[in-house]
Design a protein around this ligand. Sequence first.
Ligand SMILES: Cc1ncc(COP(=O)(O)O)c(C=O)c1O
Length: 387
Amino acid sequence: MTRFNPYLLEEKEYPIAVLVERFNQMRAEGRDVVNLTIGDPQDDAFPLVIKKLKEVIAPARRFGYPRGIGSKSYLESVKTWAKHSYDIDIEPDTEVISCNGTKEAIFSVPLAFDWSGGKEIFIPSLSYPVYEASARTLNIPIKMLPLSEAGNFLPDLDSISPEEWRRCGLFWLNSPHNPTTAVAGKEYFAKLLELAEKYDFMLCSDECYNELYYGSAKPVSAMDFHESRRWIVFRSLSKRSHMTGFRCGAIISKNKEVIKMLSRMRQAMGVGTPSFIQEAAREAWLDENHCVAMRESYLKKRDIILAALKKQGFHVFGAEAGFYLWVSHPSLDTSDAISDWFIAAGMLITPGTAFGSDGEGFARIVYCLTDNACYDVAARIESHTTP
Ligand SMILES: Cc1ncc(COP(=O)(O)O)c(C=O)c1O
């Protein structure tokens, strides 16, 4: 009998895939329903990227294998962006690698470390599901860190004992956070990086929503800590420049040894980003104006839906960053009850429990939609019976 990885044999499907399946079924039954489950921006990609892509492809007769860790010019563009955004000097040859979107980089990063001594991966209890899927597929022990609204949906670092910290190998932090929109401040990052130094672990800082913020202050990045060698930052063009389909991002660390090992591993994996994608993507790293416009556009979209939710008595946590709304309602005390209310109103949303049991009582709604779709969603919310 063919034997498979036990984790893959578990009946657990990737939560978003299950919801998409449900959406397709409802559509097939002829129901008028909008899908508010996936963080895939519906507005156009940054136009200069599309223009450049056409220019690069039009005269080409062939494209050879790409450089596995990213072309020199691509890595240079990330360096320029990092200097402009965080005033940090990143050496393109030794401190940054390209990736095919951050999802594959996030999934594979634990492979670069030694897990034989009982080290664990620390994961916030409500998280992007890939952190856990990767650890479980690779059979690496996990420590789940509880999250709650009272704790602003950030792991309570003081509740972790020295003995527990000593077992930490990698710590996943995602700020701004999917699904809750929680944002970790400077002190939080500083404390975590001090702990990483003291207990010898790496902070994996997943920052794919970092440029989507609606207050005046830009969310803190691990890259604000220029001297630390304890972070690995994952940055993506997917949300920043509406380039989900390009599969393009960067892994950055001032820890050259980490980058060296990741380079070695990733060259063997063959995950080099196609050269024409890298060439076009440079345009996105080198331009900040489109991010300013994007923030204005998302603020408008957020407020259209937020106003409707408030009218119906929903409570919305945070919402100062990212493009999700993390909602609860005093009359709908389970995630399923919230989800059912939305389905009855013609919208499919993600129950908070899809991200983990600490999500009970909450649900996530996306607003990375066209403006017209946002008005439609607001109308559906407002015209449905109040819970
Ligand atoms: C928290 C978080 N990290 C990483 C990703 C991966 O994005 P990409 O692979 O497009 O860079 C996503 C995508 O939704 C996400 O929500």
